[in-house]
Structure formats: C-alpha cells, structure tokens
Design a protein around this ligand. Structure first.
Ligand SMILES: NC(=O)c1ccc[n+]([C@@H]2O[C@H](COP(=O)([O-])OP(=O)(O)OC[C@H]3O[C@@H](n4cnc5c(N)ncnc54)[C@H](OP(=O)(O)O)[C@@H]3O)[C@@H](O)[C@H]2O)c1
Length: 196
C-alpha cells in the first residue's frame, strides 16, 4: 500500500513560509542538494518525486502554486482541500476535497497505486493528517535561515514523539531529517537508519 510522506522545507526556527505565505527565503537553496559527504546525489527532490503517485495540499498552498502560473505536477492526481470554489489550471489533475481528511486519503492512496502520496502541506492540512494517524513519514529539509515568525510546519500539537530514521547533511548547509510516525509500520528503505 502507498505510504504517505510529508515532504517539505522548513526554516531553522520551524516555519514553512513567512506569515504572508512567502517562500523567497528558499530560492537561494533550490537545486542545492549536493551531499556534504563523498556520496554525491542528483538531488533530494528528483529522487523523491519519482516515487510519488498522488498529492494532497491545502488551498493556501494550491493558490500559491496557481500564482506561479505553471503547474509542476502534471500527470499526478492532486487533492486540494478547500471549502471554497477555486479555479483549476491547464495540465493539472485536480480533485477538490472538503471536510474530514480520512475518506479522501483512502481515495488518494488508491489512486497512487504502488507509489506514494506526497502530502505537500501546509501545516494546517499536515496537522489534520497527522492527528488522524495518516502520515507514515516526515521528510524535513531544514534550511539554515531564521525567519523570526511565519507559518508552522504543523498547525497543532502532536501527542507522540516521532522516530528519527535518517539524516543527510548537504553542502549548502541544509540538513534532511527523516522521521517515522509512531504506530506506522512503514519504514524508509532508501535512507540510513539512525541508532541501528
Ligand atoms: N516550505 C515548504 O516546503 C512549503 C510546503 C507547503 C506549503 N508551503 C507554503 O505554506 C503556505 C500555506 O500553508 P498553510 O498551513 O497556511 O495553509 P494550507 O494548509 O496550504 O491551506 C489551509 C487552508 O486549506 C483549507 N483546508 C484545510 N483543511 C481543509 C479541510 N479538511 N477541508 C476543507 N478545506 C480545508 C482551508 O481554506 P479554505 O477552506 O478557505 O479554502 C484552510 O485555511 C503557502 O504559502 C505555501 O507556499 C511551504
């Protein structure tokens, strides 16, 4: 069955975007995924997206992508959570969703087939998925930028601590942290396990 992975970049002080949704602070780091060690890779994103079969995002994240004017996820069915009527975009396979996330999650995992679901964000939607036990893995790229304020990676508190499964430092100063959610049997096969 498809795993659900919350994959995102976060500032050093725990924000995924500025208060107004801005992510300009990420621009200098785009494509900067070269590992700090001898095992060079092409990039964390390319490696990740190749295994994805469906996406989920909140309406604020969706509207941000719409504002860019080019849909980057062609061919991948995308569930957009909103209580409003929003436009679609040419080349995008959008399924609007409203209300409790679990029934919609069942549809996206079915659509993903033997690939995974990418929970794109933001923190509001991510918290709803986590609270319902629907996230298997958090892949967090920490960017060495301090914003001082912003939108949080999770909009609410989670009761159980996560289990660290992998750490990859990049030459740019970014660090990718991988965590398994408690209760999830899903394990990442492509990163080094930490602590055995
Ligand atoms: N750094 C990164 O890697 C990264 C990753 C993802 C996002 N971002 C940024 O984060 C910002 C947005 O994050 P966010 O946490 O504020 O918002 P978000 O999760 O993208 O969107 C929240 C909105 O989605 C709708 N929604 C959420 N759950 C719903 C549900 N169950 N049913 C119906 N509607 C639901 C609601 O709006 P309505 O009902 O009013 O539509 C809600 O206000 C964007 O600027 C984006 O660019 C950054």
């Amino acid at each position: 069955m498809a795993a659900t992975r919350y994959y995102l970049a976060q500032s050093l002080d725990g924000y995924l975007a500025e208060v107004d949704g801005g992510i300009d602070w990420l621009e200098d780091y785009e494509g900067e995924a070269e590992l700090a060690g001898p095992d060079l890779i092409d990039g964390s994103y390319d490696e990740f997206i190749a295994g994805i079969g469906a996406l989920a995002m909140g309406s604020a994240t969706y509207e941000f992508v719409l504002g860019v004017g080019r849909w980057p996820y062609a061919g991948l069915p995308t569930w957009v959570f909103t209580s409003r009527r929003l436009p679609t975009m040419q080349g995008a396979d959008i399924r609007f969703a409203n209300g409790p996330v679990a029934p919609h999650h069942a549809h996206m995992t079915a659509a993903a087939g033997d690939r995974d679901v990418w929970l794109v964000g933001g923190g509001d939607l991510a918290w709803q998925f986590a609270a319902d036990g629907l996230i298997d893995e958090l892949i967090l790229t920490v960017v060495p930028v301090v914003l001082g304020s912003g939108l949080p990676t999770f909009a609410g508190r989670l009761t159980d601590p996560l289990v660290l499964t992998g750490v990859r430092p990049f030459r740019s100063g970014m660090v990718e942290l991988r965590y398994r959610f408690q209760g999830s049997a899903e394990r990442s096969n492509d990163s080094d396990e930490v602590g055995g």
